[in-house]
Design a protein around this ligand. Structure first.
Ligand code: NAD
Length: 349
């Protein structure tokens, strides 16, 4: 790659800030795609990248994704993301995290951080000693903030119901078969709500014990990880990995609906067309999984209580319906429609 501007996901990023701290060994990149709607907000990922170029590509892709996600969730936030380039042993020290916090502070609020892969609440507490531009901190019982997982689950549950209503004309999940990929935080919350409504669940996880535990709790059946993508069901709900929808897997899908919380489910933009060509209704991932960021935003901005968070999450089905309606009217696939709406909101139509 000749320069930063040549990366496919650079897409007019407002800035990318490269950080080095020799004392602690910190190397990080903070990227802000857009501050059109507010400070660039998005988590920090702590990850070992084989090449620096991979870290740059990752932070730019994630940062732009946050712009779209925050805009579509109706939040007063722009989009940004940070990556800390870990060594192969993933050595993380409090000093390194503190240095990262100082770098975030140095941007004067143009970037606000929170947790992502490899970074936890304790790290956010460390960062908060250096800067106020941080969210995802521990909160008192009943206050807004804390673990985003349950909020993401609630939004995904409502999104699945909206998809079922649109594709199958049903108001309830009762009697429907849902295939869950992943049995973690998001899938767990979804499974409990869906089971309560009478859905039949097939669950998989590479951590078999985790899948079994969830299946026992909700009366579901465990299936093998390689079986989930071809299972005959009413809904496939991906809640584990990204890039699971590609040419091969889409051809083998056996469901009328794909709706789940995993980020970046489509391997490439062309896969959005492929899903649509098979007549499968797709819920754009960053729209259906916005519950967590809605909660984090409300904590950070301080513009609402639990009831407001709930209300904001309950707007997710309406947004999905708007996307599906425009998709039906224009023939463009739902992911493409969502990107177009998001770009309009951030002033880049
Ligand atoms: P989690 O770590 O609690 O659960 C993920 C589960 O997926 C783990 O149990 C893991 O073993 C399993 N898994 C990994 N690879 C798998 C595979 N090949 N097949 C089957 N299972 C596999 O994570 P989570 O918080 O539940 O997040 C799930 C997804 O939702 C991720 O893609 C995440 O980025 C996305 N997401 C989460 C939130 C949130 O608030 N937690 C918000 C938005 C998006």
């Amino acid at each position: 790659m000749d320069s930063l501007w040549d990366y496919p996901d650079f897409d007019g990023h407002e800035f990318a800030h490269f950080v080095t701290d020799e004392t602690t060994g910190l190397r990080a990149i903070i990227a802000v795609h857009s501050t059109h709607l507010g400070p660039g907000a998005g988590g920090t990922r702590f990850w070992h990248y084989a090449k620096t170029g991979d870290a740059i590509a990752d932070v730019l892709r994630l940062s732009r994704g946050m712009s779209y996600k925050n805009a579509m969730a109706g939040l007063p936030l722009g989009g940004g993301k940070a990556v800390i380039l870990a060594d192969a042993a993933r050595t993380k020290t409090p000093g390194m995290i503190a240095a990262f916090g100082r770098a975030v502070g140095g941007l004067g609020g143009r970037y606000v951080t929170a947790e992502d892969v490899g970074v936890n609440v304790a790290d956010m507490v460390e960062i908060s000693k250096q800067t106020k531009f941080v969210a995802g901190l521990p909160v008192a019982e009943g206050a807004v903030g804390g673990d985003p997982g349950p909020h993401t689950s609630y939004g995904v549950f409502l999104g699945v119901k909206a998809a079922v209503k649109r594709a199958l004309g049903r108001d309830s999940l009762a009697g429907l078969h849902i295939a869950l990929q992943g049995a973690g935080s998001v899938a767990g919350g979804l499974a409990r709500r869906a089971a309560q409504e009478g859905a039949r669940l097939s669950i998989t996880d590479i951590d078999t014990a985790r899948a079994q535990k969830l299946a026992d709790e909700v009366g579901g059946a465990v299936v093998a990880p390689e079986a989930i993508m071809t299972l005959e069901a009413d809904v496939l709900s991906p809640n584990a990995l990204g890039a699971i929808l590609d040419e091969q897997s889409i051809a083998a899908l056996n469901v009328p609906i794909v709706a789940g919380g995993a980020n970046n489910q489509l391997a490439t933009p062309a896969d959005g067309d492929r899903v649509q060509a098979r007549g499968i209704l797709y819920a754009p991932d960053y729209v259906i999984n916005a519950g967590g960021i809605i909660n984090v935003s409300t904590e950070y901005v301080g513009d609402g209580d639990e009831a407001v968070v709930r209300q904001r999450i309950e707007a997710i089905p309406g947004r999905l319906e708007q996307i599906w309606a425009e998709s039906a009217a224009t023939g463009r696939n739902p992911a493409e429609v969502a990107d177009g709406m998001a770009r309009k909101l951030i002033g880049r139509a």
